[in-house]
Design a protein around this ligand. Structure first.
Ligand SMILES: Cc1cc2nc3c(=O)[nH]c(=O)nc-3n(C[C@H](O)[C@H](O)[C@H](O)COP(=O)(O)OP(=O)(O)OC[C@H]3O[C@@H](n4cnc5c(N)ncnc54)[C@H](O)[C@@H]3O)c2cc1C
Length: 417
């Protein structure tokens, strides 16, 4: 289950600002500047550490239109997220030498893997019309913005700190293995065949061959295990069909209650990238190419789980809560046909906002950007500490892992100072 970001006693929503920064902001050794945009990390080509590695001497930033440099006494920690951490590294001269030179940026560390290996979770949602049953409530009143439902929810929260505003909408999640019985009568053999064909048909990315091979082996071990989860299933008591560019589809007119479930691919083999397109720190100078579902095996896995989800909807105990032969979205595909299930995935799957891995923690020769101490390869006093360092995608929503990376990063930094 995804942890709720709600304080269990006060029932107030909490987030990283209130949970971590709120308790630390009065410390005398902490200075917070807001509306300050980091342009780049600054180096002095003449300064090297005892191993001959380059040393970061500070950070250039822009605030109120003025550009200044803040000097680092010990080290610099970049924590700008999956898109902006590699962007800051590239603007600082750490990245693919050819790209940097083409933009007129002096190369400090040539590492073509900065901004590569971009991953996320692609997912499909399916919505089912729910039978009108006494005492059976969904969140559809809130989704329709029905004034009486919103009023009742507000009152319930304000008076008793109860009701839908005290929790997230998700009511159950499950990690499920690949439905191998759908693959063929002799399951594993068919999985191996589909896997091999898919990998042979995949476009080679910029990931190193060694990492691509190791990752394929890992994904295959997950997929062929009857107990390892290949997909995370979510369910939501209401209409929440997400499609196209990630927007919510309109709730069908004339309908009352819905149940939505999503299948989210845990370990995608598709890899994208993000890179700067200009030497300026203006946020417009960035390309993001997630290449979601570009690896054929990702489509194969999601298609089989979409088929499984439809089977679950026709199975008790869910089946008797749904309108028999009722509205069911997306409705155009016959999902018992695998080709149609694949089409549904290609047309309707969206990318979750769980992007990661553009400054992967891996050995340099595998395509890494930071080492196991979060230090940028060949610059020991520059670390990256955010979700961009994860070399493997989490199997579920990343928030708890991001907090774990930050807490572990703090321990590493304290123990090395
Ligand atoms: C719409 C949305 C919904 C999501 N829902 C969920 C969810 O329900 N559950 C879940 O687990 N995850 C969810 N995620 C994912 C989760 O928010 C991210 O994985 C997580 O925030 C990543 O943390 P991070 O520290 O790596 O980066 P971020 O949280 O992006 O933090 C980076 C920070 O750096 C700042 N920054 C960037 N560039 C600069 C610069 N040049 N100078 C100064 N500051 C800079 C940014 O303003 C930002 O504050 C969601 C993400 C989105 C976008």
């Amino acid at each position: 289950m995804t942890p709720e970001s709600v304080q269990p006693i006060s029932k107030q929503r909490i987030f990283v600002g209130s949970a971590y920064l709120g308790t630390a902001r009065s410390r005398t050794n902490l200075t917070i500047w807001i509306q300050a945009l980091v342009d780049k990390v600054v180096f002095d080509a003449m300064i090297r550490d005892k191993d001959g590695d380059i040393v970061a001497i500070g950070v250039q930033y822009t605030k109120n239109g003025e550009t200044s440099i803040v000097h680092a006494r010990k080290e610099v920690i970049v924590s700008a997220g999956t898109f902006h951490s590699p962007k800051i590294l590239e603007l600082s001269g750490i990245g693919d030498a050819d790209l940097l030179r083409s933009l007129g940026i002096d190369v400090v560390i040539d590492n073509p893997h900065v901004g590569e290996n971009l991953q996320t979770h692609p997912y499909c949602t399916m919505a089912f019309e729910v039978r009108d049953q006494e005492g059976f409530q969904t969140m559809d009143g809130l989704i329709r913005q029905d004034p009486s439902t919103i009023k009742a929810a507000m009152e319930s929260y304000q008076k008793q700190q109860e009701g839908p505003f005290t929790k997230s909408g998700l009511n159950a999640t499950a990690h499920l293995p690949l439905p191998s019985y759908l693959m063929s009568t002799d399951g594993k053999t068919e999985l191996d065949k589909v896997f091999k064909q898919s990998c042979e048909g995949a476009e080679p990315g910029k990931t190193t061959a060694a990492f691509a091979k190791a990752y394929e082996k890992f994904v295959h071990s997950v997929m062929s295990s009857p107990t390892e989860a290949s997909v995370l299933y979510y369910s939501f008591p209401g209409f929440a069909m997400i499609e196209g560019e990630g927007g919510m589809a309109d709730i069908p007119p004339g309908s009352k209650n819905w149940f939505t479930a999503a299948t989210l691919l845990a370990h995608a083999l598709s890899r994208g990238s993000t890179h700067i397109t200009s030497a300026s720190s203006s946020s417009l100078g960035l390309t993001v190419d997630p290449k979601c579902l570009s690896h054929p095996f990702d489509v194969e896995v999601l298609a089989r789980h979409v088929q499984q989800l439809e089977t679950i909807s026709k199975t008790e105990p869910l089946a008797s809560h749904l309108v028999r032969d009722g509205r069911h979205l997306p409705s155009s595909n016959n999902l018992s046909n695998l080709d149609e299930a694949r089409d549904l995935v290609r047309q309707k799957a969206v990318a979750a906002h769980h992007y990661s891995d553009t400054c992967s923690m891996m050995p340099r020769e595998l395509g890494g950007v930071v080492d196991e101490q979060l230090r940028v390869h060949w610059c020991k006093n520059l670390r990256v500490c955010d979700f961009s360092i994860a070399p493997l995608m989490t199997r579920c929503n990343p928030q708890a892992t991001v907090y774990g990376i930050a807490e572990h990063g703090a321990r590493i930094i304290k123990s090395s100072s």
